[in-house]
Design a protein around this ligand. Structure first.
Ligand code: FE2
Length: 707
């Protein structure tokens, strides 16, 4: 008789425990155990518990390679779900086998899982090339087949990355309507289910925890109710004066939001936001003025100061350009019965001797001419402020549609889905990437149901409507290049590699370096040669699927269709992990504090761009800004999306044990130490700044896109 000791860990979240009957079968290279019930005195499988059992076998099972977890009907209790973290088995010879589960078991089902090292305790976590047992080859294939069968790609909008089609998605939101906040129905504690189907190789693991669900939805209802009670959500009129906009502002105050409120009109702060605001990746060095933007020396001489001229500053590399051409010609919609307007401005900036980035000229169209004057800081105050506000309006679309939704949420969702579909759980790249996909498919599914649906919140608050918003993203995806996603190159391409006070870039490069080192340590451990990379058919299928489903098979994107060498793989995986974590933090975390003061981030404009100078007044400025109702809806959306809910996991913290071997754990430890040092450096630097830049502080970055 051989005795195996078994430990079973149940998830910590409120609703992870189960009263159903759980049994276990252990499969080894020399045979398998009988199915044995896991039942000890007292409560089994309570949330957060680790339960211990013994399993008796007639014979030694050899090396342990698989387990089967059986979840069956209890005689007393109705069916309830179970989130199992892992199962560990100790042999009489004192060998420990670790079986990662990290899945929900919802129904009465059997789940077959591999040992963490990929089976065969003396080998490293496996690629398909290392597989040597037929039973494991079959298991691997069956797992992938089940996942590919269940998780299917679906077209979201033609021209955008495809997304996951989940047949049994049941959003708990009954109706989302700011006019009827009491309808923003959600049952606290009821987890957001994304699927309920289970097979032998796949269970349902795509759901929010109860804590996260509650913290997410409980914000929207009270916030919209508050505005409703104050009558603001019914007001289709203009704001009377700037000060009146403070009415919707108080609940969102932070040191930075106050700074925005106090400084939004200033040129210095307007320029600062291009570097360290929430859309810090757009500005380019301008060595030669584009023909479409005929700024003259006379126009900018007062801004440049004495002893220099525009040509000299262009040659010195001190002139920068924000070009919103991508927004050109998109039709607008009516909001609250009023036609909205749009433009694709150009903004020229000068980096002065003190290192301040100052706007020096703005043109509100891509076509110069008498109807499109070039606005200057020397123009009447309201003209210049409105011209800058049009640029901030253009920033709204470049930030929300491109930098935030497309370049992080949608692309990361496609990375996540390809990872689930093409890499088995025992694959080292699965283990490396999966923590960076946590909750991404879930939050995007909610986003589509709540924000990106026809007549939904976004459709009712943006001058471009939903179709125009999608068009901006489609254009941006068509221009996306693989090499630009390698951000150290992107800074060089944009000519901003040596720009002073560009904290976003400094922090980005520091975090990038830490992640790239971590990825290279792990990849070098699992892939000992280029041949191991090239021969990994699962890896190649994963890369191909991302090319086809995310970048729509466009060769012009430069996205690889296969990966042949270890350095290429390191580069690819670093891009994936950075995109799924830090890149999102840089554009997401500051959303509310930079945008809650609406004039700094208007989502629509109610008057056409100015065609003449000298006509703007405070009154016409207020008439151009979004009306009261539109402002409130946008604030509600940003309020919901930018408050980080509970149940966070900071970058580099991997409580789920997917890697079993010692080396990857050392790599993770090294990563944590590097990130902690970066965090210290950022905090130290911020002490001396008027407003700190902390969106890329690793302590505040999440492992994945979860909001
Ligand atoms: Fe986000």
């Amino acid at each position: 008789m051989v005795t195996y000791k078994v430990r079973v860990s149940t998830g910590k979240d409120l609703m992870s425990g189960t009263f159903d009957c759980i049994s276990l079968t252990i499969v080894g290279t020399l045979g398998e155990s009988n199915k044995q019930r896991l039942d000890h005195f007292g409560r089994d499988f309570a949330a957060g518990s680790i339960d211990k059992y013994t399993i008796q076998c007639d014979q030694d099972l050899g090396e342990l390679i698989l387990i089967r977890l059986h979840k069956e009907r209890s005689k007393i209790f109705p069916k309830n779900s179970w989130y199992c973290n892992y199962v560990q088995i100790y042999t009489p010879a004192c060998t420990t086998y670790h079986f990662p589960v990290y899945q929900w078991l919802d129904g009465y089902e059997t789940l077959e899982l591999r040992e963490g090292t990929g089976g065969g305790h003396h080998t490293q976590g496996k690629t398909v090339l290392d597989e040597n047992l037929p039973i494991l080859v079959t298991h691997r294939q069956e797992e992938l087949r089940a996942k590919q069968d269940f998780y299917r790609w679906r077209v979201f909008v033609p021209g955008l990355p495809n997304y996951v089609h989940i047949p049994s998605y049941h959003p708990p939101v009954r109706h989302c309507n700011p006019d009827r906040p009491e309808w923003n129905g959600y049952i606290p504690g009821f987890p957001i289910l994304i699927n309920i189907k289970a097979t032998k190789f796949l269970s349902s693991n795509l759901r929010f925890s109860a804590v996260k669900t509650a913290s997410f939805f409980l914000r929207l209802g009270p916030a919209s109710l508050g505005m409703k009670l104050r009558g603001l959500l019914d007001e289709k009129r203009s704001w009377k004066r700037l000060k009146e906009i403070r009415k919707i502002f108080p609940a969102t105050k932070t040191a930075i939001s106050e700074y925005v409120y106090n400084h939004w009109k200033e040129d210095q702060f307007f320029g600062y936001q291009f570097l360290n605001g929430i859309n810090p990746g757009l500005l380019k060095r301008c060595l030669c003025l584009p023909e479409k933007f005929p700024v003259t020396d006379d126009m900018v001489a007062p801004s440049l100061g004495e002893g220099t001229c525009l040509q000299a500053e262009l040659e010195k590399g001190n002139i920068y350009l924000a070009d919103y051409k991508i927004l050109e010609g998109i039709p607008t919609v009516q909001l609250n019965g009023k036609q909205q307007y749009h433009c694709a401005p150009l903004c020229l900036l000068h980096c002065g001797p003190e290192g301040d980035m100052m706007p020096i000229a703005i043109q509100l169209s891509q076509t110069p001419g008498p109807d499109s004057p070039i606005f200057l800081p020397t123009d009447p105050e309201w003209d210049w402020l409105l011209a800058k506000t049009w640029v901030r309006y253009a920033e709204f679309y470049c930030h929300e549609a491109i930098a935030h939704l497309l370049e992080t949420h949608l692309i990361a969702e496609a990375f996540s889905l390809a990872t689930i579909r093409q890499l088995p759980m025992c694959h080292p790249l699965y283990k490396l990437i999966i923590p960076h996909t946590r909750y991404t498919i879930q939050i995007n599914s909610i986003g589509r149901a709540l924000l990106l649906n026809e007549g939904g919140l976004s459709d009712r608050a943006m001058s471009l409507g939903l179709a125009g918003f999608a068009e901006v993203m489609c254009r941006a995806l068509a221009e996306t290049k693989y090499e630009d996603l390698y951000l150290p190159n992107d800074f060089i391409r944009r000519g901003v590699q040596d720009l002073p006070r560009y904290y976003y870039r400094d922090d980005c490069l520091a975090v990038w370096g830490a992640l790239e080192t971590y990825v290279s340590e792990i990849i070098n451990y699992y892939y000992r040669s280029d041949a191991a990379v090239e021969g990994d058919t699962e890896l190649q299928a994963w890369v191909r699927e991302i090319f086809t489903e995310c970048f729509l098979g466009r060769e012009s994107s430069g996205f690889p269709t296969c990966i042949r060498t270890v350095p290429e793989l390191i580069r690819y995986i670093t891009i994936v992990i950075y995109t799924c974590s830090a890149k999102h933090a840089a554009v997401n975390t500051g959303q509310l504090e930079y945008t809650s003061w609406m004039p700094n981030f208007p989502s629509s404009m109610r008057c056409p761009p100015m065609q003449e100078k000298g006509l703007t007044t405070e009154e016409s400025f207020m008439e151009s800004l979004p009306d009261v109702k539109t402002s409130c809806i946008v604030l509600l959306v940003l309020w919901t999306l930018s408050k980080e809910p509970d149940d966070k996991r900071p970058l580099g913290h991997f409580p789920d044990i997917h890697f079993v071997e010692e080396t990857p754990w050392k790599c993770i430890q090294n990563l944590k130490e590097r990130l902690a040092q970066i965090s210290c450096n950022i905090k130290e630097r911020n002490k001396n700044l008027p407003i700190g830049y902390n969106y890329l502080d690793p302590a505040l970055i999440e492992n994945s896109i979860s909001i």
